[in-house]
Design a protein around this ligand. Structure first.
Ligand SMILES: *[C@@H]1O[C@H](CO)[C@@H](O)[C@H](O)[C@H]1NC(C)=O
Ligand SMILES: *[C@@H]1O[C@H](CO)[C@@H](O)[C@H](O)[C@H]1NC(C)=O
Ligand SMILES: *[C@@H]1O[C@H](CO)[C@@H](O)[C@H](O)[C@H]1NC(C)=O
Ligand SMILES: *[C@@H]1O[C@H](CO)[C@@H](O)[C@H](O)[C@H]1NC(C)=O
Ligand SMILES: *[C@@H]1O[C@H](CO)[C@@H](O)[C@H](O)[C@H]1NC(C)=O
Ligand SMILES: *[C@@H]1O[C@H](CO)[C@@H](O)[C@H](O)[C@H]1NC(C)=O
Length: 392
């Protein structure tokens, strides 16, 4: 199989020649005509790569491949690579999915790279999505483009996720996963198309990427530990959000998040933490840094919302959120807000936010002064913070 390397014509051939057996899916019967279902060929090439004694690479050359649900399942005998140069087109028959499209499970050592695309062809499904935006708990009915669960030591680079029917990417139960130079693209009005959702995972990094979609660019679920986000251009989309948290009894703490050097363009939110009221147990969200961020025409640039109520009809009698938010830094955040309240921090009456630091912030509203809300927050303010935040 190594003889096919000469045909790949990619920038990484030296790497492949040196370390890997290449398994071209066309040799397993895949047909890049944009019509023929090539799922079995891809699945067979994976099975062989995963069983190989030394590093193997599944190669998807340029071309359009129609692919139904695929499970890339480990454990594998050695680390495995997928060189994606072609486009994977989601099979149009929604009944095939159970429930997601491309899943990676129980893999230690994965490199997914190339200039290829994963195209969920979501426009056919979005119209029948009846879930309220952000109200995701009871409506996981549409396939996500890519799910990485129980995957360790993985690098995903170069590829694009296009028009997912639901979240583009989910990372769950995984450690040491890096997304670098990826692109996520879907229309700003596509429902529930979160870019990358990370939960129950540790040491995940998302760097130098462009994410424009219909929901959060990056969303962070419970039990996320040490997530690094940097060099992201977000927009359209709903911004980078922690939560919503504090509703389910099984949730565990979020500890360690750095969001640096990102640009938000025309998004609904910039950076946001949202928690429900009336929670079943105490939970912590701590050690968060948001810095070196540019907001261009962002509706709500800086938000902590501990009275999260997407339905808009929560009774006043709900008990305050039981999520303890502490050690959160907002530093060097500049640009423009589309609403007057550029900084909106509303914390829990029971557990006020602690050790919140605001420094070097300059956010304007329609060329004039914005304002700030800061309730139940123990904050320190340093350097110029505009709008001035009077926290109580
Ligand atoms: C993740 O990386 C850390 C630091 O390199 C290492 O100690 C840990 O064993 C890795 N975890 C897994 C599951 O590979
Ligand atoms: C946090 O994750 C990054 C990789 O994203 C890793 O380099 C770093 O060592 C981790 N930090 C800790 C304290 O584990
Ligand atoms: C900031 O992110 C951009 C990509 O959006 C990258 O090109 C640049 O090198 C990053 N700068 C720093 C200081 O990390
Ligand atoms: C920002 O968004 C606007 C409106 O969608 C678009 O025209 C513009 O090109 C975007 N700018 C950047 C830097 O992405
Ligand atoms: C606050 O968070 C930062 C990083 O997010 C961490 O380095 C620091 O140790 C934390 N401080 C405390 C007092 O826990
Ligand atoms: C900010 O301005 C809006 C619009 O004028 C106003 O409704 C709101 O009360 C102001 N908030 C603060 C904290 O001043």
């Amino acid at each position: 199989m190594a003889s096919h390397l000469a045909l790949v014509g990619c920038c990484c051939c030296f790497f492949l020649v040196a370390t890997a057996i290449a398994l071209n899916i066309n040799d397993y019967g895949a047909i890049p005509d944009g019509i023929t279902d090539s799922t079995q060929a891809l699945q067979k090439a994976w099975a062989e790569a995963c069983a190989a004694e030394s590093n193997a690479a599944v190669v998807v050359p340029a071309g359009q491949y129609v692919i139904g649900p695929v499970m890339f399942k480990g454990p594998c005998k050695s680390p495995v690579a997928i060189q994606l140069d072609g486009t994977l087109l989601a099979h149009p028959d929604l009944r095939l999915y159970r429930p997601n499209w491309i899943e990676f499970q129980y893999i230690d050592g994965l490199v997914l790279s190339g200039a290829g695309k994963v195209d969920g062809r979501g426009s056919a499904a979005w119209g029948s999505n009846k879930c309220r935006q952000n109200h995701i708990s009871n409506c996981r009915t549409f396939p996500m483009n890519m799910v990485f669960s129980f995957v360790n030591d993985a690098t995903i680079s170069g590829i694009s996720s296009i028009d997912s029917k639901y979240f583009h990417v989910l990372v769950f139960g995984s450690q040491n996963v890096t997304f670098d130079s990826v692109t996520v693209a879907a229309p700003g009005d596509s429902p529930n198309t979160d870019g990358i959702h990370v939960a129950v995972s540790q040491n995940v990094a998302i760097t130098n990427s462009v994410i424009g979609t219909g929901d959060d660019c990056i969303s962070i679920g419970d039990h996320t530990v040490n997530l690094t986000v940097s060099g992201i251009a977000c927009g359209p989309g709903h911004g980078i959000s922690v939560g919503s948290l504090g509703r389910n009894p099984g949730e565990q703490d979020v500890v360690g998040l750095a969001v640096r050097n990102c640009t938000f363009n025309g998004t609904m939110n910039g950076v946001r933490i949202k928690t429900w009221q009336n929670g079943p147990k105490d939970l912590a969200v701590r050690d968060l840094v948001f810095e070196d961020l540019t907001m261009n025409a962002v509706e709500n640039p800086i938000v902590i919302d501990q009275k999260y109520c997407p339905s808009g009809t929560c009774p006043e009698t709900l008990k305050p959120s039981r999520v303890r938010i502490s050690n959160v830094t907002f530093h060097n955040i500049k640009g423009t807000s589309e609403t007057m309240t550029a900084i909106n921090l509303v914390c829990s009456q029971t557990f006020p936010c602690e050790a919140v630091q605001l420094s070097d912030i300059d956010l304007k509203y329609a060329g004039s002064d914005a304002n700030a809300t800061c309730i139940n927050v123990k904050a320190t303010v340093a350097g110029d913070v505009n709008p001035a935040a009077f926290c109580r």
